[in-house]
Design a protein around this ligand. Structure first.
Ligand SMILES: Cc1ncc(COP(=O)(O)O)c(C=O)c1O
Length: 425
């Protein structure tokens, strides 16, 4: 696309945008009587306007049916989570039976590692990206300790080369190969939370398997943001929070993927609970855990229906879009526009005041741009916030800005960069 640095161009693109009507299906935070420029879907997606109704429907079922709500009404709660499977499966590239929703992300990471981190003799190492989200680091660290290993020996982190900001796939694969004999698990983010780098999950999974290890992915920043093909890539497991690009609300329920090749794998341990028991016999309350087939067999506790209702409100919007590829097309254009405008701003300034550390190649990023501000970064961030541009701050000097194709416009992006220009004045 030939971008132009003008409001007229931004408005023209918004007029041509086939997704433009989806913005009205979200509640946009207000700033001084107008829509704020919300660029923080990487942290918390916006509230679907229908969310209240989805919750009210379930409160009403609870009021009218009480305990019978599990089995009666329009959406019996017993199988409520299954109504989400097809939407989620299509977003992450899975079969319906390979996905389920339960708990929160870090809890699910732990539960899945019970199954897929199985140190055995010499094989005890975990490879992960350096600078992973802290919760993932703590999860890996505590899992290795739990199995009696020193995290410093058991965890191999891969960092960018000297002078580079992001990882090269070749270096990831080389490290996997170097540790092949000792490797139990490769655990990577789909997109790194800090740099916004989108990793080549297919190549990472293939290299892990060649080394005889499992491959798992934390898709917190990838699910609902970029097309994924978890089944075809052969990923063993994945999990993600749904409160970012999937708009399920603060602390919303997490999604889980387990590849079907593991459904009958008797070697996998799991921490079981009654909600993972095969449904036809769950209420016999018999001793001895008999897992439901598929990812549902990893569930532990009773479905939190109100959280599921919020998630369902957002999934209905995704369904109406007609596929993650449609979102992605707009996303590439929108993020590309922000990159173009920031580069223009730097050009006019005669120096790189705002350095984008996210890869320039759209194949290696989702909608987020992580921007290092070289002049008084904290004050610039505060200026943006004061002027209704909502991004987020990551120490020591990074501002993350994520135009989300479902509800952000080219005008949002244009306004945000105008405010960035004003901020450095
Ligand atoms: C990559 C990543 N992992 C883990 C988490 C933690 O998620 P939760 O607090 O839902 O467990 C986050 C939260 O933002 C994240 O971005």
């Amino acid at each position: 696309m030939n971008y132009q640095n003008s409001l007229a161009f931004a408005l023209e693109q918004d007029g041509l945008d086939p997704l433009k009507n989806f913005r009205s299906r979200f509640l946009i935070p207000q700033h001084q009587g107008a829509d704020a420029v919300y660029l923080c879907g990487n942290s918390l997606g916006l509230q679907p306007a229908s969310a209240g109704k989805y919750i009210a429907d379930q409160l009403s079922a609870w009021q009218n049916l009480a305990v019978e709500g599990w089995f009666q009404g329009d959406d019996p709660w017993l199988n409520y989570h299954k109504q989400l499977s097809s939407s989620i499966a299509s977003i992450v590239g899975a079969q319906e039976s390979e996905v389920t929703v339960m708990n929160s992300l870090t809890v699910n990471l732990h539960l899945l590692m019970v199954s897929f981190y199985k140190p055995n003799g010499k094989r005890f190492k975990i490879i992960m990206e350096g600078g992973a989200f802290p919760s993932d680091q703590y999860a890996m660290e505590s899992q290795t300790l739990f199995h009696g290993f020193d995290p410093k020996e058991a965890i191999v982190e891969i960092f960018p080369r000297e002078g580079e900001l992001t990882l090269r796939t070749e270096d990831i694969i080389k490290t996997i190969n170097e540790h092949a004999d000792e490797l139990a698990l490769v655990m990577f983010a789909g997109i790194n939370y800090y740099t916004g780098q989108l990793f080549d999950m297919e190549s990472i999974a293939a290299a892990a398997h060649k080394a005889g290890a499992y491959a798992g992915f934390d898709l917190a920043h990838a699910a609902g943001n970029v097309p994924l093909k978890l089944h075809d890539w052969g990923a063993d497991f994945a999990c993600w929070c749904s409160y970012k690009y999937m708009n399920s609300g603060p602390g919303g329920i997490s999604g889980v993927f387990v590849h079907e090749k593991h459904f009958d794998n008797q070697e996998l341990d799991r921490f079981a609970g009654w909600w993972g028991y095969r449904e036809d016999k769950r209420f016999l309350m018999a001793p001895g855990f008999d897992a439901a087939k598929g990812a549902d067999g990893w569930q532990v506790s009773t479905s939190p229906i109100l959280l599921l209702a919020l998630f369902k409100a957002s999934m209905a919007i995704f369904d109406d879009v007609g596929g993650i590829d449609i979102l992605r097309k707009k996303s590439v254009a929108l993020t590309g526009y922000m990159e173009f405008l920031i580069n223009e701003l730097n050009r006019v300034q005669g120096e790189e005041v705002f350095k984008i550390i996210t890869p320039a190649n759209p194949q290696q990023r989702g909608c987020q741009l992580s921007v290092v501000c070289k002049r008084d970064a904290k004050a610039v961030f505060q200026y943006l916030a004061d002027n209704g541009v909502i991004g987020d701050w990551r120490e020591p000097d990074v501002i993350r800005l994520s135009p989300v194709p479902l509800y952000n416009s080219f005008q949002d992006v244009y306004q945000a960069v105008q405010h960035m220009a004003a901020a450095i004045k």
